[in-house]
Design a protein around this ligand. Structure first.
Ligand SMILES: Cc1ncc(COP(=O)(O)O)c(C=O)c1O
Length: 238
C-alpha cells in the first residue's frame, strides 16, 4: 500500500469518525458517563485503537415495524430483527396487547404457566420436536443443549468454529490459536475457564473457520471439500 492510499484512508476515517460522533452525540455521551458503574460489554465490543472513538453502542429510543429511532433522533431500517426475534417487526399491536394484558394480571415469577405449556405444544407442532425447553437467553439454551448432548451420548468434547458466538459462558468462550504449528483451544478470557494441563480448554474443540473453504465448495457443510478438513481436525478429538 503506498503512502497516498494510506493518507487518503486516514483522512476518510477521520472525517467518518467526526461525522458519526456528531450524529450520535447522545449515544456516545451516555456510554462515557456510565462507564464507571455500568459494565456493558457492548461498549467495548470489537475494540481497536483506530476505531476507539466510535466504539460505543447506539442507544435506542423507540421502534415501530421495520424502523428504529435512536436517542439523537436518527432513523434506522432494522435488518437484524432484534437478533431474529422480531419476526413481526417492532411493537406489533397484537404482541403489545398481549403484554399489556399480562401486565394487568401481574408477573408472577417462579410459578408454572398455562401459557408456557401452550407455547411448548405449539412449538412441538411447528417443528416436529418431541418436547420443548424454554429459556430466557440463547446462552442458557446452548448450555442446556450441550448438557443434554453430553448426557445422552456420554461423550464430553464439543466442536465449534473460531469466531462463532454461542453465548457468554466459559464453556464456549474459546478461540483457536496456532502455537508451534499446532492448533490449540484457548480461553477467550483468562482465569475464568477450567484449563487442562496444556493450558487449553479441555472439553471444547475450536476449529479454524475459513469462508474460502465454503466458497470453494458448494456452500453446504457436508461438501466433499469440507469433510476432509473436519475429519482431519476431528480425528484427534473423538
Ligand atoms: C448462535 C448463538 N448462540 C448463543 C447466543 C447467545 O444468546 P444470548 O445473547 O441471548 O445469551 C447467540 C447470540 O447472539 C447466538 O447467536
Amino acid at each position: 500500500m503506498n503512502q497516498t492510499t494510506q493518507q487518503k484512508q486516514q483522512q476518510y476515517l477521520q472525517k467518518f469518525i467526526h461525522n458519526y460522533n456528531q450524529r450520535t452525540k447522545k449515544s456516545k455521551q451516555i456510554t462515557q458517563q456510565s462507564r464507571p458503574f455500568f459494565a456493558d460489554h457492548k461498549a467495548s465490543i470489537i475494540f481497536t485503537v483506530p476505531f476507539k472513538e466510535i466504539c460505543y453502542p447506539i442507544a435506542g429510543d423507540r421502534s415501530v415495524g421495520s424502523k428504529i429511532w435512536d436517542i439523537d433522533g436518527n432513523e434506522y431500517l432494522d435488518f437484524s430483527m432484534g437478533y431474529g426475534v422480531n419476526l413481526f417487526g417492532h411493537n406489533p399491536p397484537f404482541i403489545k396487547q398481549a403484554i399489556e394484558e399480562q401486565l394487568d394480571r401481574g408477573i408472577h415469577l417462579g410459578l408454572g404457566s398455562e401459557i408456557a405449556c401452550e407455547v411448548a405444544q405449539m412449538i412441538c407442532e411447528l417443528t416436529n420436536m418431541e418436547r420443548v425447553a424454554l429459556s430466557n437467553t440463547g446462552t442458557e439454551a446452548v448450555m442446556t443443549a450441550i448438557r443434554l448432548a453430553r448426557t445422552a451420548t456420554n461423550r464430553h468434547k464439543i466442536a465449534l468454529f473460531s469466531g462463532s458466538y454461542h453465548g457468554h459462558f466459559d464453556g464456549t468462550l474459546v478461540k483457536a490459536k496456532t502455537v508451534d504449528g499446532i492448533r490449540q483451544n484457548l480461553p477467550l478470557a483468562k482465569i475464568v475457564t477450567k484449563l487442562d494441563r496444556l493450558g487449553q480448554i479441555a472439553p471444547v474443540f475450536c476449529l479454524f473457520f475459513s469462508t474460502k473453504i465454503l466458497i470453494k465448495g458448494d456452500l453446504s457443510p457436508s461438501t466433499s471439500r469440507l469433510q476432509p478438513l473436519l475429519a482431519e481436525s476431528l480425528s484427534s478429538f473423538v
